[in-house]
Each structure stands twice: as C-alpha cells, then as structure tokens.
Design a protein around this ligand. Structure first.
Ligand code: SAM
Length: 246
C-alpha cells in the first residue's frame, strides 16, 4: 500500500514514518510512504503557498495551484488518481471500522492543511473524503495524517507480525480489549488472575470475552450499540446491567 502525504512540513512526517512499525513495514516492502513538500510545486516567484482570504478575515489560506500540481505529479507517478483524503476538523471522525475500509485502497493521498486551511476550489476538484481525528482544532494536518497513516498501515497484511495483533484489540470488533498481564505473577501484592495461569484455553477465551464486555459496558457503553455480539454476549450484558441497576 502506498501513502503520499502532501504537506508544508515533510520533515515532520518523515521522522515519524521512518520509525517504529511503519518504518519496519517500509523496509519489509509492505508499505511505501512519500512525503511531498507542497512548496516545491508552486509557480509563484516568491514560492508562496498561502495568501490572504477574499472577503476579509484573519489568517492565510493555502492556495489551489501548488496543491493541485502536487496531486497531479503523484497521479502521474502512480499511473492513476489516488484516493484523496483532506485531513480536516470538519470531516467525519476517523474510526477503526473506517480504517479497515481504507486499508483496501492501493493509494492514499493525504492532504495536510495549515493556517486557515485550504482554498475550497482545489478541495472540490480533488478530494474524495474529509476526515477528522476528533472534534478539536490543531494547527496543521500533519499529526492527523500521521495518525491516519499509522492506523491504516498497521492493518496492512505483513506489517504486524500476525493478524491477531489487531483483531483482538480495542475497537476491531467494536469492543474494548480485555486487561492484560505479564510477569511477575505477583507485583506489589497484585496477582495475575488465576484463570490466565490455568492453561485452559476455553476458559481463558471466555474470561477475556467477558472482561471485554465488562470494560466496554462500564467505560464506553455507547460502543455496544454497534458491536458484533453473540447470544452469550447479550446474556452476559443483561446480567451486568441487572447487577449494576441493583
Ligand atoms: N479554519 C479551519 C476550520 O475552522 O475548519 C481550521 C484550520 S486548522 C487551524 C489548519 C489545518 O489543520 C486544517 O486545514 C486541517 O488540515 C488540520 N486540522 C486541524 N484540526 C484537525 C482535526 N481535528 N482533524 C484533522 N485535521 C485537522
């Protein structure tokens, strides 16, 4: 899978993408991440990429031409139009379920705004979707683009050591993950739950599922509305509700 990040601060993105798991995915040939300096595409003799707003108002707006030329150059390089996401506080908030859909795309072009944002005309021309990382405003789209790239990249087959690394995790099936423990068996007087030391796989699986349900029920009950739940799960939740209402 290939990511192209269009930004005024490519060095900020490069440091992150070349580290940790995305970096390993790149080295293993599972991912390609290219960070493009939008300023390199400006035809303005002062290399400007942002201008004052028409109609007045504070701040500067990123202009159409360099962004469009950057997108055009990437499209020519890959031989097709990439799927374009503009990171924006006005977009739908990114979810794990949506990240799973995006991992099916061959190419994602991530457009990072800055200042007041981006001239609407180039957004209308090239953007397939606007995505936000939450209902707050950051100074630029670089951190959101990296959040998105990281979330999607780790789902690409071969980037993590096994699919289990993410299928069991919070949000994958709509639930929060169960509590986890490692060595030592007792730390500061706190013990690892007995069932996890039993070697009894069925009981461990059942305990983990119930803990997932419990955590979701108490921490993020609204997630249960869209989670994939079995008959046993629903019965367990009904018991939790009854106990909680006592
Ligand atoms: N004037 C814009 C508005 O009110 O919608 C906000 C511009 S913001 C200061 C600058 C850039 O940061 C945006 O163009 C966008 O790329 C990025 N950005 C800020 N908050 C974001 C968020 N929550 N999610 C995704 N991108 C965000």
């Amino acid at each position: 899978m290939r990511f192209d990040i269009a930004t005024l601060f490519p060095e900020m993105c490069e440091t992150v993408v070349n580290s940790s798991i995305i970096g390993r995915g790149i080295k293993a040939g599972k991912l390609e991440v290219h960070c493009h300096q939008i300023r390199d595409y400006t035809t303005d003799k002062h290399r400007r990429t942002d201008l004052r707003l028409h109609g007045g108002g504070m701040g500067m707006l990123m202009t159409c031409q360099p962004i469009h030329d950057c997108w055009k150059a990437v499209s020519e390089q890959i031989g097709q139009k990439p799927y374009v996401i503009y990171l924006s506080p006005q977009g739908k908030v990114l979810t794990q379920a949506h990240a799973r859909e995006l991992k099916e795309k061959e190419n994602l072009f991530l457009l990072c705004g800055h200042y007041e944002g981006v001239d609407q005309r180039v957004l209308d021309e090239i953007v397939d979707e606007e995505l936000s990382i939450g209902d707050y405003v950051l100074t630029g789209g670089e951190l959101p683009a990296l959040v998105l790239a990281d979330t999607v990249a780790r789902l690409v087959p071969g980037v993590l050591s096994s699919e289990e690394c993410f299928t069991e995790e919070s949000h994958f099936s709509g639930l929060l993950e169960y509590p986890q423990y490692s060595r030592p068996r007792v730390w500061n007087g706190r013990e690892v739950p007995e069932v996890l030391l039993s070697g009894h796989h069925f009981n461990i699986k059942k305990w983990r599922r119930q803990k997932s349900l419990e955590r979701t029920f108490f921490k993020r009950p609204e997630l249960l509305e869209n989670a994939e739940l079995s008959k046993d799960d629903l019965e367990y939740i009904a018991r939790l509700k009854a106990e909680n209402d006592k």
